[in-house]
Design a protein around this ligand. Structure first.
Ligand code: NAP
Length: 537
């Protein structure tokens, strides 16, 4: 147990809050569970993981729509320190990933640290006590370090379509599936043709009497290489873990090889576009329908979607594809762009998530305002997706610009876990009570990111995507190979932070001065190491 535990900081000091933790983690998805396991491996057990849902799993707990499956290979879409030789498919279904996460929590020892059904209502930085005071639905607590592992895709977005409230049937978001709602024999509309919709539609088609699919922009759809993993192959991975690591490594390298084209030369994506067009041609013989399904923007500008079932489902006699999206809702159902009404019993809004301005950011209040307000005024940004100026002792996992179109987000999360653990080590060694990323470091880092993103396919590809905020700034994507993120996050870099000694730490003033002078003296050197000179401000 470190010096930072309850022993050193009087639990009730100033705040009236009786429970204090060295680390409080918000969210029990991949990031929160992964962090819990790593904290325990590090010998840190003074932490809790707060989760508003009744179960762990994050996005895999929330998304239970029919057909849910991960589009990243199973061996890559798992924690490297919790390998699972038992994956039953090369691309896992949602339920299996959810099971895996529950097992990780159990076997990794995190379960006793979980507080389920515990929603964080507000968290405010207490400057005098150098701690976060957290209001939850199960009472208050405080934390020396707060870690928001709330995920980028956790707040469903339902577009404000005129008349939406007047619809008289059942309506729900893909990430809040209503399993009580009967689909068999019903007239159903699905709004959206993104990653969720293309998995949902083939599942609903055999059940629904009539299925209307409202498409605003056709996605690029590629042949899917998914297959079951047989007993012999699974046994191989069990007996020879290296074989699974090699498979993981191969998937990883293959996916990284597309990054130079996405970022530097989108024209080089034409070869992949040919594969997508051939897939469309093979699966959709009708030229009129094919024309409506063919994307008119560069592949990669939106997420590339693998499916062998999407196009066939759209051609079933009970399915109608409506181009142009939804113009309004009436009591009877949605109205297409052509003005014609589709009378339905059920509407599924597969319309994505609120990413640029998550509501949760308004619940985290630093010395000068909430994270949400900062994101509103400056656009969502952070240093290494993890630290934000103005928000001391806070890390965000999978924060701004850590998102990927091409590979597993878990690789990025694990990189950040290395960084956070190294930070906790150093903070304890130096008896630091307050750390905050330097504004100029964050600015230089983001200037460099935006420079790399300009001209990349997400901006130049000719589509509207949710990676760009209302100012046209890409707040989601990491624009380099992921190994460069791993390298930047290998060690916590104190020189990029303002460090202050712990108010209640038994640390001599000489030690504290040493900590802050050494940080100031190397700060410029660190900026030069992480950010090219051209983008330094
Ligand atoms: P999405 O990819 O953002 O798709 C949303 C869909 O809703 C788009 O087709 C969009 O059309 C449409 N839409 C939004 N507002 C609309 C409006 N007002 N009228 C008509 N259509 C509207 O959302 P998602 O499918 O939930 O996926 C989000 C992300 O979750 C993915 O990118 C991926 O990262 C993750 N995900 C992954 C998997 C997987 O691993 N297989 C599965 C599901 C989700 P436009 O394209 O015209 O905007």
């Amino acid at each position: 147990m470190g010096d930072w535990g309850d022993a050193q900081i009087p639990a009730t000091a100033g705040t009236g809050v009786s429970e204090h933790r060295r680390v409080v983690v918000i969210g029990a998805g991949f990031a929160g569970i992964g962090l819990g396991i790593r904290l325990l491996q590090e010998g840190i057990d003074d932490f809790v993981v707060l989760e508003k849902a009744a179960e762990v799993g994050g996005t895999w707990e929330a998304n239970t729509y029919p057909g849910i499956q991960c589009d990243i290979p199973s061996h890559l879409y798992s924690l490297s320190f919790m390998p699972n030789p038992g994956w039953s498919r090369t691309f896992s279904e949602g339920a299996e990933i959810w099971d895996y996460l529950r097992r990780c929590a159990r076997e990794g020892g995190v379960t006793p640290h979980l507080r389920l059904g515990c929603e964080v209502l507000a968290a405010e930085w207490d400057e005098a006590e150098q701690r976060w005071v957290i209001e939850t639905s199960k009472g208050p607590l405080s934390a020396s370090v707060l870690i928001a592992a709330t995920g980028g895709l956790s707040e469903p977005a339902i577009p404000d379509i005129p008349g939406l409230g007047s619809f008289g049937g059942a309506l729900f978001h893909s990430a809040r599936w209503d399993h009580e709602q009967e689909i068999r024999g019903k007239r159903v509309a699905v709004v959206g043709t993104g990653a969720s919709a293309i998995q949902i539609v083939p599942q609903l088609q055999p059940e629904a009497e009539k299925l209307f699919v409202f498409q605003r922009t056709p996605p690029w759809v590629m042949p899917h290489r998914d297959r079951p993993i047989g007993r012999i192959e699974r046994r191989l991975y069990q007996r020879f873990p290296l074989a699974q690591r090699l498979s993981r490594g191969w998937s990883y390298l293959l996916r990284e090889s597309i990054v130079p084209a996405l970022v530097g030369n989108p024209d080089r994506l034409k070869r992949l576009e040919r594969i997508g067009r051939n897939h469309l041609r093979r699966q959709v013989p009708d030229p009129e329908l094919r024309a409506r399904l063919e994307p008119s923007y560069r592949l990669g500008c939106k997420r590339i979607l693998p499916s062998n079932e999407w196009y066939p489902a759209l051609q079933k006699p009970n399915v109608e594809l409506i181009s142009g999206g939804v113009s309004e809702f009436r009591r009877e159902g949605p109205v297409g762009a052509d003005g014609s009404l589709r009378e339905v019993d059920v509407v599924v809004m597969a319309t994505g998530f609120n990413v640029a301005h998550p509501e949760f950011g308004r619940r985290l209040k630093g010395p000068e305002g909430t994270l949400g307000e900062t994101y509103e005024s400056e656009g969502a940004q952070a240093y290494l997706g993890a630290a934000a100026a103005g928000f001391p002792n806070l890390f965000t996992l999978a924060g701004p610009n850590t998102g990927l179109g091409h590979t597993s987000i878990i690789y990025m999360i694990e990189s950040q876990l290395n960084y956070v653990l190294d930070a906790l080590r150093l903070i304890e060694q130096r008896k630091i009570g307050r750390f905050e990323v330097r504004t100029e470091v964050q600015r230089a880092y983001n200037t460099d990111l935006q420079r790399r993103l300009s001209g990349a396919v997400w901006e130049s590809g000719g589509c509207a995507n949710w990676y760009l905020d209302e100012h046209g700034r890409n707040v989601v994507i990491w624009p380099r190979q992921t190994w460069s993120f791993r390298s930047l996050t290998r060690r916590f870099d104190p020189s990029s932070y303002l460090l202050e000694p712990a108010v209640s730490a038994t640390v001599s003033s000489t030690d504290a001065t040493k900590a802050s002078t050494s940080s100031a003296s190397v700060s410029q050197e660190h900026i030069s190491r992480t950010v090219p000179a051209s983008s330094q401000t």
